[in-house]
Design a protein around this ligand. Sequence first.
Ligand SMILES: Nc1ncnc2c1ncn2[C@@H]1O[C@H](COP(=O)(O)OP(=O)(O)OP(=O)(O)O)[C@@H](O)[C@H]1O
Ligand SMILES: [Mg+2]
Length: 309
Amino acid sequence: MPPIIDVQHLIKSYAGGGRALDDVSVEIESGEILALLGPNGAGKTTLISIICGLTRITEGTVSVGGFDVVKDYRKTRALIGLVPQELMLEPFETVFETVSLSRGLFGCKPNKSYIESVLSQLSLLDKKDAQMKELSGGMKRRVLIAKALSHEPKILFLDEPTAGVDVELRRDMWNVVTELKQRGVTIVLTTHYIEEAEEIADRVAVINGGKILLIEEKDKLMKRLGTKQLRIELQAPITTLPDSLSDVDVQRADDGMSLIYHYDVKAERTGITSLLSTLASEGIVLRDLQTYQSSLEDIFVGLVTEENK
Ligand SMILES: Nc1ncnc2c1ncn2[C@@H]1O[C@H](COP(=O)(O)OP(=O)(O)OP(=O)(O)O)[C@@H](O)[C@H]1O
Ligand SMILES: [Mg+2]
C-alpha cells in the first residue's frame, strides 16, 4: 500500500529566520502510530501544520491519501483531525455546539449519536451544554480532541497532547488512541514524554533543528541502539579496580560498593562470564546482580546531544 502521508524533500523557511524544516522526507503508513520526538523548536508543529495545509511550503511536496496538500487542500484536510498544541476555542460556544460545528465545517451530515459517543469517550458528556469559558484547562483539551474527531478522520495528529494534563486525561487519551488504531486510523503524535512514545508508538522519528535524524520501528530501534547495563553490587567496597580488569568496560560506582558493566545485547559474547570469573579469582564477593536495558530516552538524548555538539 502506498503511504497515507508522503512528505518529500520538504523545506520550510520563515521570513527572516533560518530553516524550520530542512529537507524532510517521511512516509507514514496507513494505520500506524508514529511518535515524533524532538526538543523545543525542532520543527514538529511546523511539519504537522504543513501536512494539515495550514502553513505554506517553501519547497518540496506533501501528499495525504494520494492527494497534494496544496492543490487538493479540501480533500486532504477532510481526511485529517488535528489536536493543536495551542488551545483555541470560542468562549461562548457550548461543548456540543463546538464539536458539531467542527463536523459541519468538513461537510459531514449532523450525527448527534456519533458526537455524543465521542464526548462520552472523553468523559465530556455531562459537560455538553457547558460553555467553553466555564471549562477547566484539562476539559478544554478534551474538547480539542473531540473536535478533531468530529468528522471521523482517517488520520489524527496530536501535537503535544499530554503536555500539562493530569493522569486521568492521559489515560482517557491513550484509550481513545488505542481504539482509533483498532479502527485503522493513522496517528501521528508529538510528545516530550518519551515513555509515552515508548509505550504507544509503532515507529519513532527523531527530529532536531529541522532535520529528521532517524525514523525507525520502535522495537528495532530499542534493539539496535540498546545496550544493557549490568550492575554488580559488592559485599565490601573496593578502592581501585584490579589490573586484571583494565581492558574491560567496567566502572566503580557508589564509593566502590558496586561495579557497572556495559555490554552489547547483540554481541555474540557479552563478556559477563569472564568478568564474573575474574572477580571471583580476585577474591571480590558479590551481593547482587541487576541488569538494565537502556531506554528510548537514553537513545534520544544521545542522538540530540551528539547533533548539537
Ligand atoms: N510563524 C513563525 N514565524 C517565524 N518562525 C517560526 C514560526 N513558527 C515557528 N517558527 C520557528 O520554526 C522553528 C520550529 O518551530 P516549531 O514550532 O515547528 O517547533 P516544535 O518542534 O513544534 O517545538 P515545541 O516543542 O516547542 O512545540 C523554531 O525555530 C521556531 O522559532
Ligand atoms: Mg510544537
